[in-house]
Design a protein around this ligand. Structure first.
Ligand SMILES: Nc1ncnc2c1ncn2[C@@H]1O[C@H](COP(=O)(O)OP(=O)(O)OP(=O)(O)O)[C@@H](O)[C@H]1O
Ligand SMILES: [Mg+2]
Length: 238
């Protein structure tokens, strides 16, 4: 009997030849710039509000860096309120960021492999009642310092900027921050307020990724520049 596909695995959605894969390659290229010594190694992906596409974009970006650019990549789920990275890659949520930061578990013990040889993941870990307290510590700094030795690129998913303060605590520890904006939905003032927060925090703002969730941009942008969609590359077995 064929196995039921009961959890999403993003690898099934990733088509290297698709227009969105091209957009992610271009995005990585733009982030990196031309001078290798100035390339950001730790990047936080956030947004002003909820559900703008942070987790989706950071995951595809991680796969692109690993698969296409052959960079040794680590994806870390620091969204302790609405963690999904474990589901994206069909991994267990437990033993992750929380266990490292609050229980002193060794980083090497919580790193999870994926089916992509160049891509590893640290999942969010167990549920905590006060996520902000988890990040308000020296531990996150030490964690990032250590993973810098093992990886070429560390991408971090987190909560949105305006509702909670965790992203700001994390942003200060990163080489750069990318902001995802849901096109046609998030108001300009909201995006401006979020960027101002980053600016006041002396964060290196790398730019905005416009996520065309509902194809609201004019047709000539769609799939040719800003927009991307994803569809399963392989059909779920029944
Ligand atoms: N470009 C897209 N096309 C179609 N669906 C998308 C796209 N981007 C995101 N989605 C869907 O929108 C929903 C929200 O996306 P995602 O979880 O990545 O957002 P998020 O900003 O991480 O949300 P949260 O604030 O809950 O962490 C998901 O169901 C995701 O599959
Ligand atoms: Mg998310």
């Amino acid at each position: 009997m064929a196995k039921r596909q009961d959890s999403l695995n993003l690898f099934d959605y990733y088509d290297l030849e698709s227009p969105y894969a091209t957009e992610f390659r271009r995005l990585l290229h733009n982030i990196n710039g031309v001078e290798p010594e100035k390339q950001p190694k730790t990047i936080l992906v956030t947004s002003a509000m909820l559900s703008e596409g942070k987790s989706t974009i950071v995951s595809f970006l991680a796969m692109t860096a690993a698969r296409h650019k052959r960079r040794k990549t680590l994806l870390v789920d620091c969204d302790l309120r609405r963690p999904v990275i474990h589901r994206m890659f069909s991994l267990k949520r437990e033993q992750g960021v929380v266990e490292v930061l609050t229980e002193g578990r060794k980083i090497k013990e919580v790193i999870k492999k994926t089916s992509e040889d160049m891509l590893d993941v640290i999942t969010a870990g167990k549920h905590v009642n006060q996520p902000t307290e988890v990040f308000d510590s020296e531990a996150i700094h030490r964690m990032l310092e250590e993973v810098r030795f093992y990886y070429d690129l560390i991408l971090v998913d987190c909560a949105p900027l305006l509702p909670v303060s965790d992203p700001m605590l994390l942003a200060g520890e990163m080489d750069g921050v990318l902001m995802v904006v849901k096109a046609g939905s998030t108001q300009r003032e909201v995006v401006q307020r979020a960027s101002l927060l980053l600016k006041n925090n002396n964060t290196k703002f790398l730019g905005v990724v416009l996520n065309n969730l509902t194809n609201v941009l004019p047709y000539y942008y769609h799939e040719s520049y800003y927009g991307y969609e994803y569809k399963p590359r392989v059909k779920a077995k029944s």
